[in-house]
Design a protein around this ligand. Structure first.
Ligand code: GLA
Length: 382
């Protein structure tokens, strides 16, 4: 499917700019477990997938740069020495942000034309943003020989999101999209920013996504609020990040924080533990255990961290009713997007059908089911 995407973007680029582009594919990601732990210096368990952004890029000699989002039918012309954030929610902020963060490192990029086409639905919680940022920084690095390492590039992508998009995200999405390995998930320590790959072969089980196709507003500000709540609790505890705190530590300040912030910090500490246990369960081939941890993760995200929504909770409840689904939970930042389901191969199609019907009946709208392949990270296609 991604081959078609790449062919499409190449053809349209050549028609538009009469020159052969450099082609980059940058994937989205899933996350098995470890949600909202990344900005707490904790552990996460993501993998790059076979859906993402295809970008075509080439130098421009017109004194201007152009970015074209084919899916949105939107073209933006800009000058590199006059970059500033566009209004909130504009797609071009991902491009401007990456260029500006490269320039902040006193690295000079020349004018360029870039064109994108993607197959990750926006708001699915599969990191189309990180895929887009990484495609820009990777393309510019290749095109202008900037000498940036992959680690440099993901930090640039992350800062673009902080400073131009306005979401104070962690490093999980950019890391998974950049460093993904075919058939593997990455057990990532977000403090050292180093990961251990785990080959994912669940034999008679698989991971399946169901997209609620909703994205509730205010999710960005709710995200930033969660992050600052975590940071103020770490400060109160005198630790660098919640990753360094235990449940017992947290109890010592119980009376100094609101009950709702207490639950949030407790969630983070517990989710971090679950992520370590999940790695062990995968090593042991204990899928029942992994599934339980995934269900617990959802309960925490919904009841304690309060980032789920009615649609996500409904799909997880449907999963729980089916004994062939070992685990299910919301994935990504929350307030909409996908659930990730650990399900028996033989039951995947029929559960997808039952859950879709029930969802339609309940919300009078469609959900979408994705069967995914774990794939390589951002790379040059040609
Ligand atoms: C979003 C952010 C990530 C991470 C997840 C929640 O995807 O971009 O950094 O915090 O939410 O786990």
């Amino acid at each position: 499917m991604s081959e078609l995407l790449i062919k499409d973007v190449e053809k349209t680029f050549v028609e538009t700019f009469q020159t052969e582009p450099l082609l980059i594919f940058s994937p989205g990601r899933i996350n098995i477990i470890g949600e909202h732990t990344d900005y707490n210096d904790g552990f996460v368990f993501p993998a790059a997938v076979d859906k993402g952004i295809a970008a075509a890029i080439q130098k421009s000699d017109t004194g201007k740069s152009t970015a074209i989002a084919l899916d949105l039918d939107s073209t933006i012309e800009f000058e590199l020495d006059k970059l500033k954030p566009s209004k909130e929610g504009s797609w071009e902020n991902y491009v401007f942000g990456v260029v500006a963060e490269i320039q902040n490192r006193n690295i000079v990029v020349g004018d360029f034309n870039i064109m994108f086409k993607g197959n990750i639905p926006g708001g699915a919680g599969m990191s189309s943003s990180a895929a887009l940022e990484n495609s820009v920084v990777y393309g510019l690095n290749e095109l202008f020989d900037l000498g940036l390492s992959k680690h440099d590039m993901i930090l640039i992508s992350q800062k673009a999101e902080h400073n131009y998009v306005g979401v104070k995200c962690g490093i999980m999405d950019q890391y998974a999209s950049m460093f993904g390995i075919e058939n593997n998930a990455l057990h990532l320590d977000c403090r050292s920013v180093e990961s251990k790959p785990y080959e994912i072969n669940f034999k008679d089980h698989q991971l399946m996504l169901i997209n609620t196709n909703v994205k509730h507003s205010l999710s960005d500000s709710a995200y930033n609020d969660r992050r600052s709540a975590c940071e103020s609790i770490s400060e109160l505890l005198g630790v660098k990040a919640l990753r360094d705190a235990t449940e017992a530590d947290l109890e010592t300040i119980m009376n100094e924080v609101t009950p709702s912030n207490y639950q949030k910090a407790l969630y983070v500490i517990q989710e971090n533990e679950r992520t370590l246990k999940a790695a062990k369960a995968i090593e042991d081939g204990d899928l029942q255990k992994l599934g339980k941890l995934i269900y617990q993760s959802h309960a925490g995200l919904s009841d304690q961290y309060k980032v789920s929504c009615e649609e996500l909770d409904f799909l997880v409840t449907q999963a729980k009713k089916n004994k062939h689904v070992l685990g299910a939970r919301m994935m990504g930042g929350g307030f909409g997007g996908c659930t990730i389901n650990l399900i028996a191969n033989t039951e995947a199609e029929s559960f997808a059908e039952t859950a879709s019907k029930a969802y339609k009946q309940k919300f009078d709208k469609e959900c979408s089911v994705y069967f995914i392949q774990l794939s390589d990270g951002t790379h040059v296609v040609k």
